[in-house]
Design a protein around this ligand. Structure first.
Ligand SMILES: [Mn+2]
Length: 311
């Protein structure tokens, strides 16, 4: 059996790719099953409800001896489930610049810097003249729209636009589908705030310091953050303690306006990110009028911390 999976607590891109690519392998008469581990975000829940289709098994225990693995939207061994043995990974498909693919010695690799991994999966279907199932098409289309923030994100390439246009030609979805999908993940409340941030939070050591960056993508960002500021500080403090972080930062993406808000809750982190982002007057709640995703922020933070400077 080939298990198709993404990183822990996958986003919509990871889930869409796992669903569609296991379908692709099945069409090639290979036995494949999409699986995930961890938790699912509000956006995955939205597409799941819309399609009433979710052929992805939650993985809980070990794998049979003869298992093989395909990784989609994931190529970093550190983010993988520990029971997946790197030597048994036969294929890696990802769209991220930071990869450690040498770990997967037996894997065929497709690493291309487009906006969404779903674009790469869509292209594989096109090359083989396979048409995905209606449900898989909805997942792939939604993933491209989500990852590229409806093509407003600077990571968007023409290939993403072409893949989404191709997928959309098979679809008959309501005009406000994208709006609904975006607002599905915008329902931040004092109660779910910690969970939503934690669901898409990533921490790592850089040069002896532990750095954590969360990312939230919502509509009405400014209004929501202003309203939930006190709860947000509590949630970030809790994550900082649990993860023993030296620096913590939150990247907020406004889905409707295509803006980014950088959030820091302590002076040390504010200073680090002020240097990294080259924004001298960085405020605790600082808005810029274009989209900068966490991945782009990490590159800047890596660079500044690796230069051994003290903050
Ligand atoms: Mn992705």
């Amino acid at each position: 059996m080939i298990f198709v999976t993404s990183y822990d607590s996958p986003d919509l891109d990871g889930i869409a790719c796992a669903i569609a690519y296991s379908e692709f392998l099945n069409k090639e008469e290979k036995r494949a099953q999409a699986i995930y581990y961890g938790d699912l975000g509000l956006e995955v829940e939205f597409v799941k409800q819309y399609t009433k289709y979710f052929p992805v098994e939650k993985h809980t225990d070990g794998f049979p001896e003869d298992s093989q693995f395909v990784l989609v939207d994931a190529a970093d061994p550190d983010e993988l489930e520990k029971t997946i043995i790197p030597e048994k990974v036969i294929e890696v498909i990802d769209h991220h610049p930071l990869v450690f693919t040498e770990t997967f010695i037996h894997a065929q690799k497709t690493i291309e810097l487009v906006g969404s991994c779903a674009t790469l999966i869509t292209e594989k279907f096109q090359q083989e003249h396979f048409i995905p199932s209606k449900e898989a098409i909805i997942y792939l289309y939604s993933a491209i729209i989500s990852n590229t923030v409806n093509f407003k994100n600077t990571i968007t390439t023409q290939r993403d636009i072409d893949a989404a246009t191709y997928l959309k030609s098979f679809l008959d979805i309501p005009d406000n589908y994208i709006e609904q999908m975006f607002s599905s993940k915008s329902k931040l409340t004092p109660k779910n705030l910690y969970h939503v941030i934690f669901q898409d939070f990533f921490a790592k050591p850089i040069n002896g310091k532990r750095v954590g960056i969360g990312q939230i993508e919502i509509a009405n960002l400014d209004e929501t953050i202003t309203k939930l500021w006190n709860e947000l500080v509590v949630a970030l403090e809790r994550i900082r303690k649990e993860d023993r972080l030296d620096y913590i930062f939150l990247v907020g993406i406004d889905l409707n306006e295509g803006k980014t808000m950088f959030i820091s809750i302590d002076e040390q982190s504010r200073l680090l990110f002020s240097h990294a982002l080259e924004i001298p007057d960085l405020k605790n709640k600082h808005t810029i009028d274009f989209i900068m995703m966490r991945k782009q922020v990490w590159l800047k933070v890596d660079k500044i911390l690796e230069s051994q400077r003290e903050f």
